[in-house]
Design a protein around this ligand. Sequence first.
Ligand code: GLC
Length: 805
Amino acid sequence: MAHQHRKGTFNKSVSQYISHQVTGQELRINTENSQVRIIVYDHSVIRFRIAKNEEEHSGFSYAVIAEPSPVNFTVTEEADCLFVLTDLLKIKIDKFPVRISAFTKQGELLNSDDKAFGTSWLGHEVTTYKKLQAGERFIGLGEKTGGLDRRGKAYVNWNSDNFAYGVDDDPIYLSTPFYIGVHGHQNYGIFFDNSHKTTFSFGCSNDRFSYFQAEDGEMNYYFIWKPDVAGIIERYTWLTGRIEMPPLWSLGFQQCRYSYYPYPEVLNAARTFREKDIPADVLYLDIHYMDAYKVFTWHPERFPHPEALMKELKSMGFNVVVILDPGVKKEPGYSAYDDGKEKGHFVKYPDGAEFNAQVWPGWSAFPDFTKEEVRDWWGKQMNVLTNNGIEGFWNDMNEPAAWGQHLPDLIEFDYEGEGGTHKKSHNVYGMQMARSTYEGGKTLLQGKRAFVLTRAGYSGIQRYAAVWTGDNVSSDEHMLAGTRLVNSMGLTGIPFAGNDVGGFAGEATPELFARWIALGAFSPFFRSHSMVNSRDSEPWSFGEEVEDISRNYIKLRYRLMPYLYSVFFEASQTGMAVSRSLAIDYTFDSNIYSDPYQNQYLFGPSILVIPVESTRELHKAYFPEGTWYNLYTDKIQHGNREEILIASKELQPLYVKAGSILLMQQSSDHLLNVKELERMEIHVYPGAETSFVYYEDDGETYDYKTGSSLSRTFELKSNSLRISAQTGNYHSHFKNCRVFIHGIKPDSAVSLNAMSSDVESIDYRFVEPVSDFDPYHKPPGEPLEVKDLVYVDFKWSEGEVVVHW
Ligand code: GLC
């Protein structure tokens, strides 16, 4: 006979309050079925830990590196609720049952639990349900496909090798369970630090709540409030860490393919870049450089003399990045396998047997990167590479991936001594591999910065590696989706990211490649890559016109390097994105979330980038509030407007915000020789007051950490520019400067440190005209120029300079 079903028997929510106590920064509440711990991290960051029993409170995190700051807060009690008050936030905890809501100090509602469900369990699965606020939008969550506004969608965090993923596929490679909610004129962040498979629903298939859910483990989330999105990212990266200054060469153009081999192919690529005067800094060795895909080996015939090869490439200004996959070929007699096995460094089954799965080398064992000893061991193996002059490492397949894509859940990991199954460890594996590679590189390179690139990761990955978006496809929709992925990572504390320019799988048309490389020049990580057995995809492989376009935009990026490097410095200090979704500065402007405009972004604080599909001759763009200068012509464009742009294929639409300073230098064919570049170009775009911090160091060592760097603040007012005296004791490579003042008349008077100065003007070009080779040669079109651009020259000195006009 069937039993009578009673409603509400499956879902168990946090129940009635029993008691509470405050110790240090923590308020602990006992309920009838659980414990709720509320920890004040600072005035704007509150951590919530909710578990049914002590065991679930593991406490250890790979993501969070901050400790609670000892800030003052108060806890007050009323009959049916408690309040936690900081200088910025008011957290209300209803007692019967225990439910949480967050308000600004002034009492504006930010976020609240669903009254009925709050935090609940279904078996081991734990979920927190948050009431949907009117008009609420959701942004962030890192490397997730879909739109900028994630409302109405749900996402799973489970790092997945997803070859040629669809632009709406989920999950892909990397998990960062952090998002930002936006409603009314408020925004807040939630970081759910649980490494198990997690699901985030932003009002998907329901009109009641958003939720975040983990398959197992503790409900452990950080609530963050700041008045703006930039502030929320700053706090999130206070918790999870920020990038270190990357080696300068890694901001140059990077050319990859699967794979350049044997070695003359690599030399040939290097020479062609130089012959064709296309700047580039990096070439990649994909899996064919290894002997039978065995990690930490060199293929004896394809790369017989790696050290000599690296020397030759270095002399041409190239660094080489090599791929490192985690799978170690199971082959007795192969030293990395024998040694790892003997030391017990590989992941095992619960019965102690070594776990094996198939990847490129065939049956392989997997180092347990969740153990410090194993990370050190891996790092030491890297000397086979660093001894030969390698300074860049590319971690791939570290989701971890294996043929079949379903590792058994019962395999066990060390998880820093705490122990964990695959379910708990999977999402952090890639990050710990990147950490191990980063630490190994740092030790072996003895004070030089290594470059590490990773495919998989978890929150905090930015501390160890740059990220690329895996195996994308040569299509317009992928180019645009890739831009959103990079911008979304920027919202989630990962500023150094990019996608495979031209698309990895499939073959780009010349028009698509031209669009993509111009756009890629405005991506934090800038690399072209393509699949094995596909057509050549170097910038010269698509005809001379595309070659010209590629040269133009790669050169423009190289010229913008003083600006870009300073923007990276800002990212290292505040966690701020390099490619900035418009949701950062224009959070409450609903237009920026709409389909046609959601791909637009700011590159650094000043350059508005408008991606255009290769099939378009006209493109609809949106200009946010303010005034914008067309980069190429200085034509003024007013904001808060939609415009139809003529999308000529050799031009990537770029606009500069009025009230901006762009710092540039001469172009160079690589960045290892920037010290030879003597003139800084300062482009000033009057219109609003602003400041920009210029940063410089040697670009290759850690000496900047002990004071060998310089910074100068550039302050722009309506008719003056003040360059502060430098702080720090690094000597700039610049010897002189030229200040270009946009938007003023050629006969304007300009003074330098209150002395009238010689003023010149020129017709200035950011890009050169592109030749038209097809079908009959036509002379190049009218060059795009800023006519009669006013400038003054002066010597670079370390003291204050004021330019007045
Ligand atoms: C994976 C990577 C790709 C690489 C290939 C071979 O598919 O994502 O970038 O070229 O493996 O190593």
